[in-house]
Structure formats: C-alpha cells, structure tokens
Design a protein around this ligand. Structure first.
Ligand code: SF4
Length: 53
C-alpha cells in the first residue's frame, strides 16, 4: 500500500509527473490515486522521501 507523509510533502509535484496514474496533486500536496508499477520510481524521485511503499 502506497502512503504519503503529508507532513513531509513539500508539494513539488514530481511524483505526479513521474507517475501520473499513481499520484495526483490536491491542495498543494500529493495524494495517492492507486498503486502502480511506477509508484516505486516516484518514491525514489521524491526529494523528501515522503512516499512510503
Ligand atoms: S514528490 Fe514527494 S514532496 Fe513532491 S509532491 Fe510528491 S510526495 Fe510531495
């Protein structure tokens, strides 16, 4: 299950760019849409390691 630590998220939008099927931006923070193969890539791309798989 993919989770975002909203305290850590700085709203950079990278996860939604890297993995648009897995993440979307809402009110300046990332939200999980669903687990996708690219969720892992987004987690690795996140500059503040806010995405937990
Ligand atoms: S990549 Fe990380 S910091 Fe950037 S919007 Fe996604 S969860 Fe937030």
């Amino acid at each position: 299950m993919v989770k975002i630590d909203k305290e850590k998220c700085i709203g950079c939008g990278l996860c939604a760019s890297v993995c648009p099927d897995g993440f979307e931006m809402k009110d300046g923070k990332a939200e999980v849409k669903k687990a996708e193969a690219c969720s892992k890539d987004a987690a690795e791309a996140c500059p503040v390691e806010a995405i937990n798989l």
